[in-house]
Design a protein around this ligand. Structure first.
Ligand code: AMP
Length: 176
């Protein structure tokens, strides 16, 4: 299956959740078993040699493929969640995003110095969410970090926010 076919199956919803946003609906991407398998294969092939020990998924759309790729890589899964959801002691970051402001949290003991981490989310827009997630993961002192998105909105150039040594990759590219 081609990346073009996967790209074509993402549904664009204009002006959702607010006017001016071209919302990328990934539920249509996940509906087909072949496409779901293809996404999982692409993720697995991209990271299978990287010695990933933990996949970190960002609430909530990072929870769809995050655990799936963690299982295939033989890695653990760690959630980054919105405030009030994680029951144990947390560290947090506040950030602004394409629409609105938000705070995210991670359990303070979720990662250790030996971990090689893949942080996964559905979509890179301005990059605010992932920078906050990257900062949280770095605070926990891990060995190495990789960053992955299913979709990248290239015109917003969110990837320029990350240090050069961090490998940032996305499967499907959209202009906006
Ligand atoms: P950002 O922090 O600006 O990179 O925004 C990324 C987060 O917001 C991701 O978790 C996405 O789920 C969501 N998001 C932002 N823009 C869009 C969009 N155009 N379509 C779908 N989700 C979006």
């Amino acid at each position: 299956m081609s990346v073009e076919k996967l790209t074509a199956s993402v549904r664009n919803i204009p002006d959702f959740p607010i006017p001016g946003i071209q919302f990328k609906d990934i539920t249509t991407l996940f509906q087909s078993p072949e496409q779901l398998r293809e996404l999982s294969d692409i993720l697995y092939e991209s990271y299978r040699t990287k010695e990933i020990t933990k996949v970190v998924g960002i609430e909530s759309r990072g929870f769809f493929m995050g655990p799936a790729v963690a299982i295939r890589l033989g890695a653990g899964f760690v959630p980054i969640r919105k405030p009030g959801k994680l029951p144990y002691r947390v560290i947090e970051e506040t950030y602004s995003k394409e629409y609105g402001e938000d705070t995210i949290q991670i359990h303070e003991d979720a990662l250790s110095r030996d971990d090689v981490v893949l942080i996964h989310d559905d979509l890179l827009a301005t990059g605010g969410t992932m920078v906050a997630a990257y900062n949280l993961v770095k605070k926990l002192g891990v060995r190495k970090v990789f960053i992955n998105f299913l979709i990248e909105l290239e015109e917003l150039d969110g990837r320029s926010l990350f240090p050069e040594e961090v490998e940032v990759s996305s499967i499907l590219k959209f202009s906006i």
